[in-house]
Design a protein around this ligand. Structure first.
Ligand code: MG
Ligand code: ZN
Length: 85
């Protein structure tokens, strides 16, 4: 949506925006405010995607590792029984 603007801002300032939104999400979770939590999850995701774009990382490709199943047991719903994958 804002790719020219995002590239001009650069990764360091984009990362600052991202961390600010993570802080806002922490506050929303602490207050247990459902509407505010939804807003802040969306903000965190938007800035994470923006940061990936600025850094030239294809996030869609990167998250595919999560669709291959648990690295420990290979199942989509982990059956590792308490062990960390
Ligand atoms: Mg926010
Ligand atoms: Zn597993």
């Amino acid at each position: 949506m804002y790719s020219d603007k995002d590239r001009r801002r650069g990764a360091a300032k984009t990362f600052l925006w991202f961390t600010e939104e993570v802080g806002e999400l922490a506050s929303a979770i602490a207050k247990n405010d459902k509407k505010n939590k939804e807003e802040e999850f969306a903000d965190v995701l938007a800035w994470l995607v923006t940061l990936a774009n600025v850094e030239g990382v294809n996030l869609e490709q990167a998250v595919k590792k999560f669709t291959a199943g648990c690295p420990g047991c290979g199942e989509l719903v982990c059956r590792c029984d308490g062990k960390e994958p």
